[in-house]
Design a protein around this ligand. Structure first.
Ligand SMILES: [Zn+2]
Length: 160
C-alpha cells in the first residue's frame, strides 16, 4: 500500500541540520504514526512521504517555507511575566507556553525583567534548512475513527 490521503504511515526519522548535526532521532522511542493528508506534519515531509511504501528509506531536505517558516524579527515580543506559563522563575533559553487566540504556543525566553519577559515566538526550527532521513515501517488504511479525530491511534499516535 502506498502513502496517500487517509492512510496511516508509521516511520522512524532522524532530523539533522544542514551541517549534519542530529536534532532529533525517533529510533530511541516509538516510531511516529502519522495520519497522512491531515496537516499533522510539516509540508516538506508530507510531500516526501506521498506515494512511498513500507520498507523504503530515503532522505529529504526541507526549506523553511515547507518546514517551520522563516525566522521573523517581529516574532520577538515583550509580554507580562504573569502570562508566561510552565515555570516559577525564568532564565534565558527556557521554553514556556503562552495562550494566544490560535491556542497554546511554545516560546523561548530571551530576557527576563521583573514584570516583563522578552520571548521569541518563532518555532525553534524556524529559518533552518532541515534534513530528514526517513525509514517507512508500515502503511495501512486509516480507521473511520482516526479520520474523524484527525490523528492516528495506537503506538506512536494518540492513545485515548
Ligand atoms: Zn483520536
Amino acid at each position: 500500500m502506498k502513502v496517500t490521503k487517509d492512510t496511516v504511515v508509521k516511520f522512524h526519522y532522524v532530523l539533522k541540520t544542514a551541517e549534519g548535526d542530529v536534532i532529533e532521532d525517533s529510533s530511541k522511542s516509538d516510531p511516529i504514526a502519522l495520519l497522512f493528508g491531515h496537516k499533522n506534519m510539516i509540508q516538506g515531509v508530507e510531500d516526501a512521504l506521498e506515494g512511498k511504501e513500507a520498507g523504503e528509506e530515503f532522505s529529504v531536505t526541507v526549506n523553511p517555507e515547507n518546514g517551520y517558516g522563516e525566522y521573523l524579527e517581529e516574532a520577538i515580543q515583550r509580554i507580562p511575566a504573569k502570562h508566561l506559563q510552565g515555570a516559577k522563575t525564568w532564565k534565558p533559553g527556557m521554553v514556556g507556553v503562552v495562550n494566544t487566540e490560535q491556542g497554546q504556543r511554545q516560546v523561548t525566553v530571551l530576557k527576563v525583567g521583573k514584570f516583563m519577559i522578552t520571548v521569541d515566538t518563532n518555532h525553534p526550527l524556524a529559518g533552518q534548512v532541515l534534513n530528514f532521513d526517513i525509514n517507512i515501517l508500515e502503511v495501512r488504511a486509516a480507521e473511520e475513527e482516526e479520520i474523524s479525530h484527525g490523528h492516528a491511534h495506537g503506538v506512536g499516535g494518540h492513545q485515548h
